[in-house]
Design a protein around this ligand. Structure first.
Ligand code: CP
Ligand code: NVA
Length: 307
């Protein structure tokens, strides 16, 4: 018998499955907005394991599971045996015998892969050092809502080539759009770590203005991701010229949108004027985490549904 489907990287789902998810998200979101009860996951339990902090991911998964009729349990490293050296494989065996689906936020991708390898139920990546696939589901859904298909468009990524950047790069190969990346020297994209096939869908620019020129979507993220705090001081110096500001937005296409996965640091990776300005869609982007992840959990547990 085939094992459960997991969502550990964006490319774990095929393009047509992702397209289905976006269609399904539209339906699920409309039902939520109309206060219609929809409980396809009644009696199902989601376990959420957090080895790093979170506001949006925890809230959207927990609220989402309740809204689908199920329940959610939160575990963290501090007060579970996970932080006291219990092997990941043992934790996976036990947790997946008591639940129907698991979401994990952790450090190395290898940890979530080992967990999934010993899990009886689907495992979802809620952020690792390498990837943040649920974020990019929300981001692309948000782009489609605001501007239509992303195929053929250009996304400008300014700043660190981190987990969110890597996932954008995977998305570009799946949906056939371009990512123009500008990072400070020493922080460039590592294709293998990003899980991409080369540079057919991305280009690197030394100057962030060049990366942003004529972009349809401009996006960035914190200069120091969780787990890299020891490098913070050095990064503040290295990234100082990589702030998305109004001058940068002016060279993008006039209809370009600005996205940020949040949390944001105004005055560091983005100016207040941009994130709080007319082109910013960050609140829709954050809300859409809820809707896309409900569609994702439904898909992983029930497959394609028609109702
Ligand atoms: N964007 C995101 O994943 O936010 P949290 O860290 O608050 O979950
Ligand atoms: N790149 C950031 C994203 C936070 C949602 C981090 O990993 O901390």
């Amino acid at each position: 018998m085939a094992g459960p489907r997991h969502f550990l990287q964006l490319k774990d789902l095929a393009r047509d499955e992702l397209a289905y998810l976006f269609d399904r998200t539209r339906t699920i979101k409309a039902r939520f907005k109309a206060y219609q009860r929809y409980w396809p996951l009644q009696d199902r339990t989601l376990v959420m394991i957090f080895e790093k902090a979170s506001t949006r991911t925890r809230l959207s998964f927990e609220a989402g599971m309740h809204q689908l009729g199920g329940s959610a349990i939160y575990l963290n490293t501090r007060d579970s045996q996970l932080g006291r050296g219990e092997p990941v494989e043992d934790a996976a065996q036990v947790i997946s015998r008591m639940s129907d689906i698991v979401m994990i936020r952790t450090f190395e991708q290898e940890i979530i892969e080992r967990f999934a390898g010993h899990s009886r139920v689907p495992v979802i990546n809620g952020l690792t050092n390498e990837y943040h696939p649920c974020q990019i589901l929300a981001d692309i859904f948000t782009y489609i809502e605001h501007r239509g298909a992303i195929q053929g468009r250009t996304v400008a990524w300014i700043g660190d080539s981190n987990n969110v950047c890597n996932t954008w790069l995977q998305a570009a190969e799946i949906f056939d759009f371009k990512v123009h990346v500008s990072t400070p020297p020493g922080y460039e994209v590592e294709a293998e770590r990003a899980g991409i096939h080369g540079n057919s869908h991305f280009r690197e620019f030394a100057d962030p203005m060049d990366a942003t020129r004529d972009a349809d979507l401009v996006t960035t993220d914190v200069w120091t991701s969780m787990g890299f705090e020891a490098e913070n001081e050095e990064r503040m110096r290295d990234f100082a010229d990589w702030q998305v500001d109004a001058d940068m937005m002016r060279v993008a296409r006039p209809e370009a949108v600005f996205m940020h996965c949040l949390p944001a640091h105004r005055g560091e990776e983005v100016s207040a004027e941009v994130i709080d300005g007319a082109q910013s869609v960050v609140w829709d982007e954050a809300e859409n985490r809820l809707h896309v992840q409900k569609a994702l959990m439904e898909f992983l547990l029930l497959g394609r549904v028609n109702d």
